[in-house]
Write a protein that binds this ligand. Sequence first.
Ligand code: CMC
Length: 431
Amino acid sequence: MSDTQKSATLAIDGQSFELPIYSPTAGPDVLDIRKLYAQAGVFTYDPGFTSTASCDSTITFIDGDKGVLLHRGYPIDQLAGKSHYLEVCFLLLYGYLPTAAELEDFENTITRHTMVHEQMNNFFRGFRRDAHPMAIIVGVVGAMSAFYHDSTDINDPLQREIASHRLIAKMPTIAAMAYKYTVGQPFVYPRNDLDYASNFLRMCFAVPCEEYEVNPILSRAMDRIFTLHADHEQNASTSTVRLASSSGANPFACIAAGIACLWGPAHGGANQACLEMLKEIGSVDRIPEYIARAKDKNDPFRLMGFGHRVYKNTDPRATVLKQSADEVLELLGVENNPLLAVAKELEQVALNDPYFVEKKLFPNVDFYSGIILEAMGFPTSMFTPIFALSRTVGWISQWKEQFSDPAHKIGRPRQLYLGETLRNYADIEDR
Ligand code: CMC
């Protein structure tokens, strides 16, 4: 943040207060209100944090009006097209593109942390077979703090580093185990000769009774989905991770908190909800009925996979995924997929409807990811776990960044209290 001389003057009851203004390297200026309460005795009010910067960060930048998403300055379409997930993980974690030797070293480290403690298998067996994989993953990731005691001391940079590697490496294993458990199949151990995405596909789809060969096209599509979901600055789950961490909680507990937040249908759960919606619509002739429902103020229905708090023009991740959906379905020979037909028509209808145009509602990343994942053979319940495993590096990078911030302190929002003022307790016989 640049230390400019800019400031704003706030007048309250005839008294004026100077508030410093900081200019970021990109994005709107930021008003520093940290001393506002101490000096003026007032709070600010911003439910949903629509105008509040909760931290400074150098990781990800979004320009929602222009549909821009940059990781450490690099545009997401370049990363999705030219890079791959583990390289993007390195970039997010360390701030620069690795040399070939650094990348090899990083890939080795991640690959060699993919197994989970054998005793953790018992946790899975405690869940009902019909549990949602997200329910299992929240529990198991939280339980990692009961197993990896040598990487829970947040004040030790080496332990923070090991915890980061463990989480990125083990999330695919845990997500695949959650899936295997819910379909009643044996867990498949990771294999070190496979890349990150291929390994995940194999852990999900291999069975002991026959060989499983990873299709490189699917592995590339999987990797691209991971890459597109890797980080998204201060979204709800990332802010949850930062808030949980601000109290000094251990990394596994913080990431479990992020996973819990991601699960909701307004956030990471939207990909499952979107595909279920497309299935419910079923055919293009029913689209007008659903568009009408989405516009009806008295109907809680929303078009899932549409709209975004920050993107008000286009979601650049959706643009890449739309292209991927076409490629993957064609390569799998399912280009006449009826869901894709419904999705494409729905997108066209919504993009030309004044309601969606005026409210700047565009397809988001979740609109196309479900179609690809379903074509790959994943059940809808695995869509959000795949989002969670992809986002783990983003959560971890943001979590790590907090420790280098001198202004870092426990997160503690204030409130606009509208309840009763002081009143005396009434004995039960007097009520
Ligand atoms: N369908 C119909 N109307 C909508 C939709 C939608 N998907 N999204 C927003 N609106 C309307 C909303 O009713 C409101 O109208 P009004 O001003 O008349 O009250 C207006 O648009 C603004 O909505 P909002 O809820 O105030 O906007 P927000 O920025 O708080 O919410 C959102 C953003 C993503 C939660 C919302 O657009 C939504 O619920 N979308 C569907 C769920 C979804 O696809 N979520 C995935 C987001 S991308 C992946 C991720 O980051 O997790």
